[in-house]
Design a protein around this ligand. Sequence first.
Ligand SMILES: Cc1cc2nc3c(=O)[nH]c(=O)nc-3n(C[C@H](O)[C@H](O)[C@H](O)COP(=O)(O)OP(=O)(O)OC[C@H]3O[C@@H](n4cnc5c(N)ncnc54)[C@H](O)[C@@H]3O)c2cc1C
Length: 316
Amino acid sequence: MKIKIIGAGIIGLTTAVHLAELGHELVVIAEHFSPNTISNKAAAIWFPFKAEPKKKVVEWSKQTFSKLAEFAKDEKSGVDLVDLIVFSDKLAYEKEWWEDALPENALINFNIRPHAKEYTSFYMLKAPFLEPQIHLGYLLNALRKSKKCRFEERRITCLEKESTGCDVLINCTGYGAKQLLNDQDLIPVKGQIVVLENDGFSCFYIDDVVETEMAYIFTRKDSIILGGTAEEGVENEFVDEEESKKILDRCIALSPELADKKIQNHYAGLRPVRKEIRLEWSENKRILHNYGHGGAGFTLAWGCAFEVANLIKELG
Ligand SMILES: Cc1cc2nc3c(=O)[nH]c(=O)nc-3n(C[C@H](O)[C@H](O)[C@H](O)COP(=O)(O)OP(=O)(O)OC[C@H]3O[C@@H](n4cnc5c(N)ncnc54)[C@H](O)[C@@H]3O)c2cc1C
């Protein structure tokens, strides 16, 4: 089939790679490509966060986990499997709502008091962790190599108009769908990140006990990513210096070694949160929507790409 994909973030590119593998002829059209998408700003750990509906999210996260675990065997992919520690304030272990998405025995619970702050327990899991710049580049390369895909860098203003001249158009515009479709169910949830220099430090921690005051620390080769914030309804990407200071303080409380590290950068991005991820056909079955992945685009991308492919296959 001749398929147009609008959007070149993690959702558009993953969808494109899967459809190219199935032999479809593709055009990927996007206003921005890597490194200028929201996907480039993600911390990019596999962790279902701010995405609904839960049942589907568990299924899609599970499929994505196993695909990312395969990628982790290729060092060029920008995907690693890391020991992620999640701190908790629960006295007794409570199952996470997304735990069935994990491979068997992947999560180990420790009912002991960790060293930091007032946590009562923590658990550990092997989780996929991505470096967005590298991984998006890797997907783009796969598409170039497939010879099944052309790219066009431009903004589109009408999906209906754009859907002529192809069999199916897939809308992977993320937060861009708000303006494109006037989708009032799509809410921005601003996330801010502080980047520190890294000289060999390694640590993967999450504390989301209080969602509005969460702290996470993820180490990349040359940098340390500190988060975070989740400001619902805030639509600007300005860096708030006060917020950066609070993020630093929370992360230093988790890992005091960070106090000596130099700040490299700060930035903010908007998570495309929707009451439910929109993965469905338009009425005339020419446009297939795939957007609204909230704080979990990297956690869900492959599961959603598989579902897109199944829906297209059903067309016959
Ligand atoms: C601070 C922060 C931390 C995060 N951490 C994680 C994490 O650890 N794990 C995780 O799984 N997720 C995380 N996320 C969420 C993740 O980044 C998003 O879910 C994901 O990037 C959404 O991908 P997307 O491809 O739908 O959107 P985008 O990356 O925004 O891509 C949209 C694409 O559509 C194009 N587009 C939009 N409108 C138009 C138009 N009108 N015409 C043409 N092109 C258009 C854009 O140019 C772009 O190419 C985080 C997000 C933030 C902000």
